[in-house]
Design a protein around this ligand. Structure first.
Ligand SMILES: [Zn+2]
Length: 101
């Protein structure tokens, strides 16, 4: 019975040679122009509503579109809500009623 008592191979890999931190690299900041989401270019003093060329009179809207804004037909950014068609339909119906009243 011969025992081959091999010495335990302690592979203690203490790799102190690799230093991950290498400072002084040529890091250039990304020059990506921020894509602006709100690209409603409204001139000051003009109605914010898309396609409207009227002068703003109230809260960046012309009087007609200020009514729209009050009725929720247009957001304060001058955009139409997703359910614009339905709202506009209701709005015009209400207007018609008002006129006949
Ligand atoms: Zn307007």
């Amino acid at each position: 019975m011969s025992k081959t008592n091999s010495a335990p191979t302690t592979t203690n890999t203490n790799n102190t040679a690799t230093k991950p931190e290498s400072k002084g690299g040529t890091y250039s900041a990304p020059t990506t122009t921020p894509s602006s989401k709100n690209t409603v270019l409204a001139l000051p003093g003009m109605c914010l509503t898309e396609g409207c060329k009227a002068r703003s009179e109230k809260a960046n809207f012309c009087m007609e579109h200020f009514d729209w804004f009050k009725e929720g037909l247009v957001t304060k950014e001058g955009r139409r809500p997703s359910d614009f068609d339905k709202k506009f339909f209701d709005y015009t119906r209400r207007l018609a009623k008002k006129k006949t009243a």
